[in-house]
Ligand binder design. Structure first.
Ligand SMILES: [Zn+2]
Length: 146
């Protein structure tokens, strides 16, 4: 026995069982296939909905993912540029510079650079505002230092 999902011209879908595949064609030709809802004799095999929607869903998800990724990249690019434009790269002297600025020994300005976890913890203990910079936001010039 074979089960087919069938559909009439009015989009009524229904299932029908056949003893073999050619029975569908034979019965259709003989006008023996009727839509149980409207009695239409123009019956066709319906495209299996789950298979279609799965591939469409996958495609849509992939598209969405791609769009989100390029949006994130664009945002990261913008932030990277902002940081490169407005902040001074002090490299591995970050902790010293941040401290000097905090205590008024150096001109107040935005800086970025690298600090060890210990240095970062010390700065925080001293109440110096620092924040870790996600890799994606580190201006590219800074990466040459590492
Ligand atoms: Zn129908």
């Amino acid at each position: 026995m074979i089960k087919y999902n069938l559909i009439c011209r009015h989009d009524h879908e229904f299932e029908a069982w056949f003893s073999k595949g050619s029975d569908f064609d034979d019965q259709k030709k003989g006008g023996l296939l009727l839509c149980p809802i409207c009695g239409d004799v123009e019956i066709d095999k319906a495209i299996m909905a789950p298979a279609v929607s799965t591939s469409r869903k996958k495609e849509a998800a992939a598209q969405k993912h791609k769009a989100a990724l390029s949006m994130m990249n664009a945002a990261a690019d913008k932030i990277r540029k902002e940081i490169a434009d407005k902040c001074e790269d002090v490299g591995d002297k970050f902790a010293d510079e941040a401290r000097a600025i905090h205590y008024g020994e150096k001109e107040e300005r935005a800086i970025y650079g690298s600090a060890s976890p210990r240095q970062a913890a010390e700065l925080q203990d001293e109440g110096i505002a620092v924040a870790p910079l996600p890799d994606a936001f580190v201006p590219k010039a800074d990466k040459k230092l590492n």
